[in-house]
Write a protein that binds this ligand. Structure first.
Ligand SMILES: Nc1ncnc2c1ncn2[C@@H]1O[C@H](COP(=O)(O)OP(=O)(O)OP(=O)(O)O)[C@@H](O)[C@H]1O
Ligand SMILES: [Mg+2]
Length: 315
């Protein structure tokens, strides 16, 4: 992955209507920049590795898949605006990178919010925040699933939270065109949310992966945010991969021992079933339980309250 190019040198090949502002971060799939259009509106631009352009079938897949999010609008989804090619400099032969221009979310992501909260207050991230944010993000995922779009990379880092506290799911469909490299990208450190079949597909080929992989990932996220995951899920990438493929019994034993309402344990247990046909078929099954078991006793809490807390922590 090319991470070293200077963002200032970037040129939009098709038009020059955007200006690069700053780098927002790096992930397993590329670098994300804040950009501005001529009217002063901000967007986020996710720039991928140039080698996608070298392999024709992967590039075709990119062209197809990167269009997926372009006509989807939902309050809990980040909208994609267009896919573009950008080059590293003005030179005609400069290296080109595929990129996606999407909504800019002025806030942070759920992984970072949780980390900062726990660091600052020296206590676990509140379950009622997690339940409300996750349940709302589930309605974004439900829309994708209705359109038969697999997200492919459900994790707290892909739940962006706006300054008003609105969770917005992002990066849907991207893992599909990036292909195996994203899944085996051990540097991203986020493989712990992958379903066993996503890993087995990479290692051995041929196992089909569908919307139910998202349901598994959602189960992992729900468990992590409400009661925590086993320590093995935070060890080195090889051990994590092995745990996902071979440690299902241990994962379920961990689930049995955590302090969670029986209804929630039950639905998370079925999300984490190795056999995908035994997982809930609808996102809503987990969403309803999150709302009833955890959020139900904190009904006064609003997303705006969470947004206020987030802004206090990250001014
Ligand atoms: N649309 C956006 N608006 C504002 N910030 C964003 C946006 N998309 C990503 N970011 C921020 O940029 C950083 C990098 O995001 P990126 O998606 O590359 O990493 P990731 O989610 O950790 O990994 P992955 O590549 O697997 O999605 C994150 O801190 C994220 O919060
Ligand atoms: Mg991301």
């Amino acid at each position: 992955m090319t991470h070293s190019f200077p963002p200032r040198g970037f040129q939009f090949t098709e038009s020059d209507t955007y200006t690069f502002m700053e780098e927002l971060g790096k992930g397993g799939h590329g670098n994300v920049f804040k950009i501005k259009n001529r009217s002063g509106r901000y967007y986020a631009c996710k720039v991928f590795d140039s080698n996608i352009l070298e392999n024709e079938s992967q590039y075709r897949k990119y062209l197809q898949e990167s269009q997926i999010g372009i006509n989807i609008y939902h309050e809990h989804l980040v909208s994609f605006h267009k896919s573009v090619l950008i080059r590293e400099s003005a030179a005609a032969d400069a290296t080109r990178h595929p990129a996606i221009i999407m909504d800019y979310v002025n806030g942070t992501d759920l992984a970072n919010f949780k980390k900062i909260y726990e660091f600052r207050f020296e206590k676990p991230f509140p379950r009622n925040y997690a339940a409300l944010l996750l349940a709302k993000a589930c309605s974004g995922l439900e829309v994708l699933h209705r359109l038969n779009i697999q997200h492919g990379d459900i994790k707290p880092g892909n739940v962006l939270i706006s300054e008003t506290g609105y969770p917005k799911l992002t990066d849907y469909g991207i893992a599909t065109f990036i292909g195996d490299t994203s899944i085996s990208n051990e540097l991203s450190g986020t493989i712990r949310y992958l379903a066993p079949e996503q890993i087995i597909r990479v290692k051995d080929g041929g196992v089909s992966v569908d919307l139910r992989a998202d349901i598994y990932s959602l189960g992992i996220v729900a468990l992590e945010l409400t009661a925590g995951l086993p320590g093995a899920m935070y060890s080195n990438p090889g051990r994590v991969l092995d745990f996902i493929v071979n440690g299902n019994d241990e994962l379920l034993k961990h689930l049995d021992n955590v302090d969670l309402a029986p209804d929630l344990k039950f639905v998370i247990r079925s999300c984490l079933n190795r056999r995908m046909e035994r997982r809930p078929s609808k996102v809503r099954e987990l969403q309803n339980v999150l709302l009833h078991t955890i959020y139900g006793s904190h009904k006064g809490l609003t997303l705006e309250d969470i947004g206020d807390e987030m802004r206090r922590l990250m001014p």
